[in-house]
Design a protein around this ligand. Structure first.
Ligand code: 7TS
Length: 418
């Protein structure tokens, strides 16, 4: 007998958070005797079994060093490593495979750009524009560059709700601007920055734009050609992939003009004591044995995400955020930090009379994992006039049950701490 046809209700898609959740083995464990509510994916996301299996296979069955041996396993590992590069290229819609440089993370990618492009291009008095909400990874490399070149750092302010307006950028970007380095999405506030408009403003004065996409690429589809930016960086471990792998995407002509970052094997064309010549990008920027298995794991994470309906994922995360903001706002004495329109599913808050660290410690006893502190964004804390916040971040595998666990634990924490 055939099943009666069931119409899919409008708005419902193939995305099922419970099915996704089942792919992440760690989410079924308990912590302190409680079900785990993992709400710290902005720091690092958990890994689906598809990624864990790909890593196990890469080490257990297909492992050797890359770009070296003329033997089967080395060729296989090289093919798999380069296939991961192609997965990243397609994922961000880069024009050329050679524009995708593997690094150990976003931090290294930003340092690479500052140390190579920055030092080769910027002079004393040239301006680098940042915002108040940047992660330390997108501040300190530019301070090192300032110390080395005498360039000047200009900072675009953040409004009270956590938004950063195009107008605020227009006031700071000027004829001396050579580079604008901004987060796509704030790791503390969830603010989505108007990056396309920022790129247009910067290009009008001939400046280049680096987008720190650590949080951005996790929550939305990224097309580097549509964004028209010059550099885009992200880390694999926040995108459900392994640690130790990140990506620098840069326009081919920029990479080809940039000097190397580190010297060593793989990045050369020929070496003699008198003169060494460089390989073409991306090899020029990948000195030494690269993070082979980590890149393969990132490729598996991209395959996993490609297997989901990403529009439905975005809708799911937006709904979780709306649900969380509504319920958090009802907790007495709790203040939401970061309420910019259209923000991503990262929510900071402070609670009257309770230090964020104490709050996070109590939440942990109830199985709720959140981050507390300055979130590597001390200048933002100062701008917001708070010493620290507690932050819950929501990912593809979270459900309203996790939010309910957070709210219940917060109410218990209030009883205990206040
Ligand atoms: N930029 C942003 C916007 C980030 O959120 C982070 C990490 C980084 C850069 C650095 O990434 P890494 O992988 O090179 O370390 N953010 C966080 C966080 O919010 N909590 O822990 C790490």
């Amino acid at each position: 007998m055939s099943e009666p046809a069931v119409a899919t209700p409008a708005g419902l898609t193939a995305f099922d958070p419970l099915k996704v959740r089942a792919d992440f083995p760690i989410l079924s464990r308990q912590v302190h005797g409680r079900d785990l509510a993992y709400l710290d994916s902005a720091a690092s996301a958990q890994k689906p079994k598809q990624v864990i299996d790909a890593i196990t296979r890469a080490y257990g069955e297909e492992y050797a060093n890359v770009h070296r041996g003329a033997y089967y396993l080395s060729e296989l590992a090289t093919t798999n490593y380069e296939a991961a590069r192609e997965k990243v290229r397609a994922f961000i819609n880069a024009r050329e495979l050679s524009e995708v440089v593997f690094t150990k993370g976003a931090t290294e990618a930003i340092n690479l750009v500052a140390a190579t492009y920055g030092r080769a291009t910027l002079k004393a008095g040239d301006e680098v524009v940042l915002t108040q909400l940047e992660h330390h990874s997108n501040i300190v490399p530019w301070q090192l560059l300032r110390d080395a070149t005498g360039c000047v750092l200009k900072v675009v302010p953040v409004a009270e709700d956590g938004s950063v307006s195009v107008e605020a950028f227009a006031e700071v970007i000027g004829p001396k601007t050579k580079l604008v380095a901004v987060a796509h999405v704030s790791n503390v506030l969830g603010t989505v920055l108007p990056v396309y408009e920022i790129v247009q403003l910067a290009h009008e004065v001939g400046a280049k734009v680096l987008i720190d996409g650590c949080q951005g690429i996790v929550h939305q589809h990224v097309d580097v050609r549509a964004l028209e930016c010059d550099f885009y960086v992200f880390s694999g471990h926040k995108l459900y992939g392994p640690t130790g792998i990140g990506v620098l995407w840069a326009r081919a002509e920029l990479l080809s003009a940039m000097p190397p970052y580190q010297g060593g094997g793989d990045m050369i064309e020929s070496v003699s004591f008198e003169k060494t010549t460089w390989a073409e990008a991306p090899a020029k920027f990948e000195a030494g044995t690269p993070p082979i298995v980590q890149a393969i794991g990132l490729g598996a994470a991209i395959d996993y995400l490609n297997g989901l309906d990403r529009e439905a994922v975005e809708a799911h995360e937006a709904e979780l955020l709306r649900y969380a903001m509504t319920h958090l706002a009802q907790v007495p004495g709790l203040k939401l930090i970061g309420t910019a329109p259209g923000k991503a599913s990262v929510q900071s808050f402070v609670m009257e009379g309770a230090h964020p660290h104490d709050l996070a410690t109590v939440l942990d006893r109830f199985g709720v994992a959140v981050r507390a502190g300055h979130h590597c964004a001390q200048p933002l804390m100062e701008a917001l006039n708070v010493p620290a916040t507690t932050r819950a971040s929501f990912a593809i595998y979270n459900t309203t049950d996790d939010v309910d666990a957070l709210i219940a634990a917060l109410r218990r924490a209030q009883e205990m701490l206040l």
